[in-house]
Structure formats: C-alpha cells, structure tokens
Write a protein that binds this ligand. Structure first.
Ligand code: MEV
Length: 428
C-alpha cells in the first residue's frame, strides 16, 4: 500500500482514514512519516513497553504493568507548527474529539499560545521563630539566595536556578519562598534538593524550627494562555448553522462561569485531553491536577479554565491555566514510551510541550461544547463505546465490529442487548 504524507495529510492512496486503519497500518504511517524509528515501531508492536527492571526501579511491590490504550490525535497546528499528539486514555471519543476540533481550528488558522515563565515555587516553612531570628534571616536574604543558587550546580549550568526569594508571613508561621527556573524539567527533585539544602543552612541561623521544605504544586509560575479563533463555517452541523452553534457555545461558556457544577464538568472535558498527553509523556499528572484545582479557585469562586466569545465574525476561545510538566528527566527519561511520545511530537522544550498540551485541552473543550449544544454527547460517545460493550459481552475478533454495528443500529447500548446480539450472531 502506498501512503501519502502531505505535511500532516493523513491516509493512503486508497483514501483510508486513520480511524479505519489497523494498528499496524498506523504504525507504518508514522514510520514512513519519519515519526518513529524501527526500534520504536517494534516497541509498539511488542506491547511490552516497560521492562521488569524499569518497573521495579520506578515503583514498589510491582507485580506487572497496567496498560491503557495509546493513540494519537491529528491536525494540531500550534504556533505555526503541525503536531501529531500521542494520548493515553481509556475513555472512548477523547482522541477523536481532540482531532475533530483541532482540524476545525487548523482550518481557521490554528492555535496561538502564550506561555509565561517556567518557575516552580518552593516553601521553607519556619515556626515559632523569634523576632530576632527573623530579622537576622531577612538581613541575610542575599546570602541565603546565593546559597540556594549554588545548591544545584547542574541546574545553573543548564541556565536555570533560583530567580526569587521572598518572606511570607502567616500567623505563627514564616515561609521562605524560593522561585526556581527548572528549565526543561518538571523539577520536583531539583527544587526539593535545593529547598532541603537551603533549609539546613537556614536552621543554623535561627532560634526556631524548620517545619518542612517542599515545592508547591500551585503551578502559579507556569500559567499558559492558549487562543483559537474559529470560522463559523467550521462549526455547522447537518441541522444547525455555524453562527448558531457558535452563539450557543458562548452561552454555555457563560453558564460555566455562573454555575460551579457546570464549570467542574467543563474543566473535566479540558482535563480529558491534558491528562492524556501528560500520561503519554510520562509526566506527573497528579501535580497537574493539583495545580489545576488551585487555579480554578484563584478568584475565590471555582471558575472554568476557558471562555468562549464572538469577535469579528468568529468564535474565539481562550484557555488560561497552569500546565505543570517537563520534557526531560525522571520517568520521562526512563520510560521508553514517554520518549517515543516526545519523538512523535518532535518536542524540543518543555515550553513547546506546554503549548501543545494547552492546545489539546482547548480542543477537547471545543468538541465537548459543540456536541453539547447540538446533538448532545451520547450519540458520538455511545457510538464509540459500542466496541468496548461488545468486548465486555464476550465478542472476539470479527464479532466485535459486527456486534458494535448492531448496537449502533438499535441505539440500545446495554450489556444485555450486546449479549443478545452476540448470541444471535453465533446462532446463525
Ligand atoms: C466527558 O468526559 C466530558 C464532558 O462532560 C465535558 C463537558 O461537559 O464539557 C463532555
């Protein structure tokens, strides 16, 4: 079969779509497009993506590895660069939704992103500190800064290091807050090393106790903005004009600002995409979740991470939130699948990865809102879920597609119906 790869045009000469291909055909597509090495393709084919030694070194009491589907979203045009985006997710329709919205956005000019800094904050918490000790510390702040700066020489060599030192006061506690540029690493280990070394120095300078030193997962130094403008013609459905779809999306976005219950679900749709890319790249998705929770409450009331409005005849979406991740170090370096994901995306820096991850969040959000204000999400969702329902009912091999097709036809998505369809099929 002869594949075409026109920049990021996908398919083969027979006009086959990616979702119609077998996994082997998709792997070949990536190989031919220069996204995978032969070794990486073999790794995917083997479905043995983590060795026992590696599993042992990453976690305790391991007895196996837990697999989730690994796929890729297409058509992400982010800051003028085309990306294929690997995603790890068990929920049907998330990858399809990301790709679907990304294509609409690509056809309207693509995503623009505005990362700010890449600073991780850390806290050295002091308690019961005397006024005299506090004054001594405050006067020695340049000395403490310099000490902290030299506490991780290799980070300094890479162009990172401590960028700020502040004292914050909370009733009986005093906090020394360090801002640290971790360059391309997520930086938890680096930051905690710097904090613990610095806290030892601080404890020699005071009468009082260093209660603890730990990084903050607030993500406040890693907030990113992602924007997309979508032409109305990219939003229409069979029964609704693009302008009406856009207007309804804006209304639903406004409702998410007013209703906390809706804002949480709105944000869940965004996290569908974000967490899936973080998992695929070996990142600490719990850190990202924690940062997102904190940011949603920044104004004092839980808020959506994105908002949609109309401007100059277009639907405009803006996502603003912290994206806490790295593109080097730790599990990212150790996990072959994480390396493979970065290779597929051709990622060169954590800022670039932040931009792509933010774009995926906004894309998943757009798809969800568009579906919700038009057909509802169940049509697409259950259509895709029918395959897993068929498997749960016991279908194997070619039976899976046949049972799924019948489920879609009857639109009765229950395990009982799937079992009956399977029985009928086997009786024939
Ligand atoms: C489902 O995983 C995510 C949605 O509920 C998000 C939303 O409602 O915006 C569809």
């Amino acid at each position: 079969m002869y594949w075409w790869w026109n920049g990021y045009g996908y398919g083969c000469k027979t006009g086959m779509k990616i979702y119609e291909m077998t996994d082997e055909q998709r792997i070949k597509l990536l190989l031919d497009g220069g996204y995978l090495t032969e070794g990486q393709a073999d790794l995917l084919r083997s479905r043995q993506t983590i060795s026992t030694d590696l599993a042992d070194s990453l976690s305790e009491n391991q007895i196996g590895s837990f697999s989730l589907p690994y796929g890729f979203a297409t058509d992400f045009l982010v800051d003028g660069i085309d990306y294929l985006v690997p995603m790890v997710i068990e929920e049907p329709s998330v990858i399809a939704a990301a790709s679907n919205a990304a294509k609409r956005i690509k056809n309207s000019g693509g995503f623009r992103t505005f990362p700010t800094s890449r600073i991780v904050y850390g806290q050295i918490v002091l308690e019961n500190i005397t006024q005299a000790s506090l004054s001594r510390l405050e006067q020695a702040s340049s000395e403490i800064f310099e000490f902290a700066q030299n506490a991780h020489p290799s980070l300094l060599k890479r162009g990172g290091g401590v960028v700020s030192l502040n004292f914050n006061y909370y009733d009986e506690f005093v906090e020394i807050e360090l801002g640290i540029d971790t360059v391309d690493a997520m930086g938890a280990n680096m930051v905690n090393t710097i904090l613990e070394k610095t806290s030892q120095k601080v404890s020699t300078m005071i009468n009082g106790d260093v209660l603890c030193s730990i990084l903050s997962n607030s993500g406040q130094g890693q907030v990113i903005t992602v924007e997309a403008e979508i032409n109305f013609d990219q939003l229409s459905t069979k029964t609704m004009a693009g302008h009406e779809v856009a207007t309804r999306i804006v209304k639903l976005s406004a409702f998410a600002k007013a209703s906390v219950k809706r804002a949480v679900t709105h944000n869940k749709g965004i996290m569908n995409g974000i967490d899936a890319v973080l998992l695929a790249t070996g990142n600490d998705f719990r850190a990202q979740e924690a940062a997102a929770h904190s940011f949603a409450f920044e104004s004092g009331q839980y808020q959506p991470f994105s908002e949609w409005h109309l401007a100059e005849g277009k639907l405009v979406g803006t996502l603003k939130m912290p994206i806490e991740l790295g593109s080097v170090g730790g599990a990212i370096r150790a996990l072959p699948m994480a390396q493979l994901s970065l290779a597929i995306m051709k990622i060169h820096s954590s800022k670039q990865l932040q931009s792509v991850v933010g774009a995926v969040g906004l894309a998943n959000n757009l798809s969800a809102l568009r579906a919700l204000v038009t057909t509802g999400i169940q049509a697409g969702h259950m259509g895709l879920q029918s395959k897993s329902l068929a498997i749960s009912a016991g279908a194997v091999g070619t039976e899976i597609d046949l049972v799924a097709a019948k489920l879609n036809q009857t639109k009765n998505y229950t395990i009982k119906n799937a079992q009956n369809i399977l029985l009928e099929l086997r009786d024939k």
